[in-house]
Design a protein around this ligand. Structure first.
Ligand code: TXA
Ligand code: MG
Length: 350
């Protein structure tokens, strides 16, 4: 039985949050909102509780979890060393959508780190999340609260869809403001390295600590463009049930491509400027059109992506044609998630 609790940040019920905190401390599983995506939490110091996360999500157990804390001081009991750069970053971006990787202390169980000697830690800015963690009295290991492989949950209803019946408590609260998972930054070496792009961009990090590298694996992933011969064979992450193609090109080229597909009842996930452009030529009522917001502010697209993918599925869409955003700033994180969602089916048009 899953207890579903409706609670918003502006209307916190502290007594109830204490109860839910106790569920966490006692080894239960609790899904809760954060500013990035919903998390599925367990007591990070309890190996058995942590193992239940992997079962509930159907997640491979070698994929390590992020430990969430309610105050920066908590890092000292989890991390072996905290470099000067790490401290600057914590001061600048915590609480917020930045996860830092430290050398771990022995108290952190292997189940949290997938056997690595490092631990990922984040202090969320979301008021409810922070209060819940504080009241639980323990650090909270939490991956995104979706069934493994599905788009990450950015609304309470997404979590209920995926995890009702599989966890102890779901807090059905605010929609997530950022909408993409946190930036993961390795600060265990000299030069910080981005392992997953997110809401805190490379430019923002460099303004605080100077040079920051991007994991070459991300760059390679971003640069590769494959039109798979067998769509059924690809590995997908954040994926809708519908087939999805990422169109990388000008509004003119995207319009031509949509015409060649010529199929009705397909989903179009496009920037506002492109929607405006193609609306002159196509009857938009023939398509299921969703907006990624303006080209000028990709944080809107970041905020909408996962919900749009889930909505296309709920509306019975079988093919989604999506527009590739520019890769600067938060566009890098958005492009990275879209690329995974479509199983790398990027079509270069120009
Ligand atoms: O925004 C977020 O980060 C959300 C919310 C709930 O806080 N959480 C989240 O967790 O996205 P998850 O489990 O979906 O992603 C954790 C990411 C994975 O890419 C994992 O490989 C990486 O963090 N990670 C965790 N520990 C690591 C470590 N010790 N070294 C390298 N990468 C690590
Ligand atoms: Mg995830």
């Amino acid at each position: 039985m899953t207890r579903i609790i409706k609670m918003k940040s502006e209307n916190l019920n502290i007594e109830l949050l204490k109860e839910v905190g106790a569920v966490l401390a006692d080894g239960g599983l609790v899904a809760f909102p954060t500013e990035t995506v919903y998390g599925l939490g367990a007591n990070a110091l309890d190996d058995v509780a942590v193992s239940k996360i992997y079962i509930a999500k159907g997640r491979p157990s070698d994929n390590p979890l992020i430990v969430h804390v309610s105050e920066a001081k908590a890092v000292e009991s989890l991390a072996e060393t905290i470099s000067a750069k790490a401290r600057l970053l914590m001061d600048a971006f915590w609480p917020g959508p930045l996860t830092l990787i430290f050398k771990k202390k022995n108290v952190v169980p292997d189940g949290v780190t997938g056997g690595l000697d490092t631990v990922a830690i984040r202090m969320p800015s979301h008021v409810l999340a922070k209060e819940l963690i504080r009241l639980s009295g323990v650090p909270v290991a939490a991956p995104s609260a979706n069934v493994s492989g599905r788009p990450s949950p950015t609304k309470g209803e997404h979590v209920v869809q995926d995890l009702a019946g599989r966890v102890d408590v779901i807090i059905d609260g605010d929609d997530c403001i950022v909408g993409l998972e946190s930036t993961v930054l390795d600060v265990s070496g000299d030069v910080p390295m981005i392992l997953r792009p997110g809401g805190v961009t490379k430019e923002m990090l460099e303004a605080v600590v100077g040079a920051v590298e991007i994991d070459p694996a991300i760059q390679a992933e971003m640069d590769s463009s494959v039109v798979p011969k067998s769509p059924g064979m690809k590995y997908r992450h954040y994926a809708p049930d519908a087939d999805m193609l990422l169109l990388n090109g000008s509004p003119e080229a995207i319009l031509s491509y949509i015409k060649t597909v010529g199929e009705k009842a397909i989903g179009l996930l496009l920037l506002d400027e492109t929607i405006e452009f193609i609306a002159d030529d196509l009857d938009m009522n023939d398509y299921n059109v969703k907006s990624l917001g303006s080209r000028e502010d990709l944080s809107e697209g970041a905020n909408r992506l996962f919900d749009a993918l889930r909505s296309f599925d709920a509306e019975g869409c079988r093919l989604i044609l999506s527009e590739a955003p520019n890769e600067s700033g938060i566009g890098l994180a958005l492009y990275n998630r879209m690329k995974k969602a479509c199983g790398n089916q990027v079509i270069k048009l120009d």
